[in-house]
Design a protein around this ligand. Structure first.
Ligand SMILES: Nc1ncnc2c1ncn2[C@@H]1O[C@H](COP(=O)(O)OP(=O)(O)OP(=O)(O)O)[C@@H](O)[C@H]1O
Ligand SMILES: [Mg+2]
Length: 290
């Protein structure tokens, strides 16, 4: 199923194999389009290949992983189409984080423990825009921390001085700092408690609406995806077995595995509308409780 929006990313027939003693076909023939400003949810059980797919899109996969086929095309807002899998190393470095960025699974532990938040944010900017002045890097860092709900006064802190939720917000700030058009978020909130999760999700959706980037949001949590996604892709054993608008998928899933997944969340009995009113984003609706 294609998107009605301007496509920003086309993944076409992507396959990834782990070349281990007995090769693991972790991703097989994955195809989808991501629309500008869209949230595409990606769900499926542990080991179905979600993270492998995300890494391959960004060409962050490392041996024994190998891309066995397919294409990843990034359609820049400028009109240029970038063949991600064909980029030379230098061009790839420029592409990553500035056009497409990623918040990694377990990211809150991915910050460098011996460097301040300031240094990590400045470094990200200056790695891509070496002529940025220190003052400009500081201004941008503070702006992006504010956007993700971190008190800018904490910019001099080291990661261990921040809560898990704050560290995760810093990771999201880092992924946003170069204003990419696509962000891939791999289980960005699952390690956090429900209240913090909810706050961060609300922030992500708000930022997306404000800044108009597209998101591939990966999680086991199908109810959550039904809340925040425009469309949802369901992955099973390396294949995307279903991809549809979130409400259609909820009402009328075609694949038996999707129906099984939906059925395994007791909170999803009743209509999707009922769920939304009682679900994570409920207090975001106009007139809702705050
Ligand atoms: N380095 C590796 N070497 C060999 N096989 C791997 C490697 N990394 C992952 N795999 C295998 O590839 C498959 C897909 O793994 P992947 O981590 O992409 O799944 P996932 O959907 O992200 O799972 P989770 O929900 O637990 O994060 C699994 O069968 C996994 O065992
Ligand atoms: Mg994973």
């Amino acid at each position: 199923m294609t998107t009605s929006r301007r496509p920003v990313l086309t993944v076409d027939g992507l396959s990834v194999v782990y070349e281990t003693e007995s090769p693991v076909h972790a991703v097989s023939d994955a195809s989808f389009e991501l629309g500008a400003g869209e949230i595409l949810g990606l769900a499926g059980e542990s080991g179905c290949g979600k993270t492998t797919l995300a890494y391959a899109i960004n060409r962050l996969h490392r041996p024994p992983a190998r891309i066995a086929g397919g294409q990843v095309l990034f359609h820049d807002a400028s009109g240029e189409t970038i063949d991600v899998l064909g980029l030379a190393p230098d061009a790839l470095r420029r592409f990553r984080w500035s056009k497409l960025s990623m918040v990694f699974q377990g990211a809150m532990n991915a910050l460098n423990p011996v460097t301040s938040i300031r240094a990590q944010l400045h470094d990200t900017i200056r790695a891509h825009r070496p002529r940025t002045s220190r003052a400009e890097a500081e201004r941008r860092s503070i702006e992006v921390l504010e956007r993700v709900g971190v008190d800018p006064a904490r910019i001099g802190s080291f990661p261990h001085e921040l809560s898990g939720g704050m560290r995760q917000r810093v990771m999201i700030a880092m992924a946003m700092i170069l204003e990419p058009q696509v962000m891939i978020m791999d289980e960005p909130t699952t390690a956090l408690d429900v209240v913090v999760q909810r706050d961060i999700l609300r922030e992500i959706v708000r930022l997306k609406d404000e800044l108009d980037f597209a998101v591939i949001f990966i999680t086991h949590d199908l109810p959550l995806l039904l809340e925040i996604s425009d469309r949802i892709a369901i992955m099973l054993q390396g294949r995307i077995v279903e991809l549809d608008a979130a409400d259609r998928l909820y009402r009328d899933a075609a694949h038996p595995y999707t129906r099984k997944l939906l059925g395994s969340f007791p909170s999803l009995s009743g209509s999707r509308g009922d769920f939304i009113r009682t679900g994570v984003m409920a207090d975001e609706t106009p007139g809702g409780a705050s």
